[in-house]
Design a protein around this ligand. Structure first.
Ligand code: ADP
Ligand code: MG
Length: 349
């Protein structure tokens, strides 16, 4: 699991920039009809005809957003693409292309980048998006990754953060808190490994949450489900920073309030048992832990019958008038003001 100390290492300098790009991107093929020109010219060319174009970018920095001590490069490549696709799906759009730019120090060899692109390719294939470009450069220290995802939607299909109305139901896909707890487990094992490198960690009991951290998925399937059910969300956002901060984004941009019910928040049994083990409150983890990449959206009450009983979707609350504010209704039936305790890159820890 932990960083291989003795990998084969072919120096990047020997390859030359063009040779390197060619080598890394040789096994990618274009599958989207809108990709007219991919890698190899000064710019890529796309044609979306009558559709609207949706674009989103993320920048990931080693030591801030990922730790190669427990993040295998293949997973990192996969996850870098997934987190961007998630933003496109959160607009109710279809992701069609990505660009991937990387900066690496001379600590990285060709084999490391091959592994990274292996993950990028796996994600592209699974989600049917084309790698159409990027940039490759060196860094003085560590690795930086920037991915831009491009997608398309008909104007009337787009869903913004700003469309929620009072009395709309608040719905979330999947379950929450797993990715954050998975990270806690990996951090703990990393410390154990530092003290005793012969101690092979047993991650089996934590496999679900470790996978949520290392190999998240983007919920393209939820858009397909909603489409089949003929439900169009009134507002939507993806959960990258924890439930409470995402709810507050919807409230602020839609100018509404919200009641979130603690007993409705979907938690996997592994999340419940592991939060007990870490002496943490599982509700707090769902509210504040990041990186679950589930979709959070609101629907008109009239659509409730269409989604009820779907195992992928949980109604966790409803929107209210703005003046009522945003609250968590606890299991003990007390009302607590929601605060954005989501982790962010600028918080001091
Ligand atoms: P330029 O000098 O004009 O920036 P590059 O030599 O960097 O061009 O890129 C040549 C082609 O290779 C372009 O199509 C670019 O998008 C693509 N490319 C460069 N780096 C990457 C990368 N890391 N991943 C995917 N495509 C890349
Ligand atoms: Mg370039």
């Amino acid at each position: 699991m932990l960083e291989n100390k003795n990998p084969q290492r072919t120096s990047l300098e020997k390859m030359g920039e063009f040779g390197l790009i060619k080598h890394l991107t040789q096994n990618f093929e274009l599958v989207q009809p809108s990709s007219l020109k991919g890698i190899g010219d000064d710019a890529a060319v796309m044609d979306f005809k009558e559709d609207k174009t949706v674009v989103s970018t993320d920048l990931l920095v080693e030591g801030v957003h990922f730790d190669l001590g427990y993040m295998p490069l293949k997973h990192l490549g996969y996850k870098s693409v997934i987190v961007n696709l998630s933003d496109i799906y959160a607009m109710n759009a279809v992701a069609t292309q990505v660009t991937v730019s990387i900066a690496v120090s001379n600590r990285f060899g060709l084999e490391a980048l091959e592994e990274f692109y292996d993950g990028v390719r796996t994600a592209c294939k699974l989600y049917q998006v084309d790698l159409i470009g990027g940039d490759t450069t060196s860094s003085n220290k560590g690795m930086l990754i920037s991915v831009t995802a491009i997608g398309t939607a008909k104007e009337e299909e787009l869903v913004y953060r700003s469309g929620a109305k009072p009395n709309d139901l608040l719905v979330v896909s999947g379950d929450l808190g797993g990715a954050y707890l998975g990270l806690q487990v990996l951090e703990r094992e990393k410390e154990v490994f530092k003290v005793n490198p012969n101690n092979q960690p047993d991650l089996e009991p934590y496999s679900y949450i470790v996978e949520r951290q290392l190999k998240p998925e983007a919920r393209k399937d939820i858009l397909e489900i909603l489409n089949k059910l003929e439900v169009k969300p009134t507002s939507m956002i993806d959960i990258s920073d924890g439930l409470s901060s995402e709810i507050l984004h919807l409230c602020e941009q839609s100018e509404v309030g919200c009641n979130l019910f603690e007993d409705k928040i979907p938690l996997d049994p592994t999340v419940i048992s592991t939060s007990e083990e870490f002496k943490m409150d599982s509700t707090m983890i769902a509210l504040g832990g990041g990186e679950d990449y589930e979709l959070l959206f609101t629907i008109d009450q009239a659509d409730f019958d269409k989604i009820k009983g779907n195992p992928n979707l949980t109604v966790i609350g409803h929107m209210t008038d703005k003046k009522e504010g945003a609250h968590l209704i606890t299991r003990a039936n007390t009302k607590i003001q929601l605060k954005a305790q989501g982790w962010n890159s600028f918080s001091e820890e």
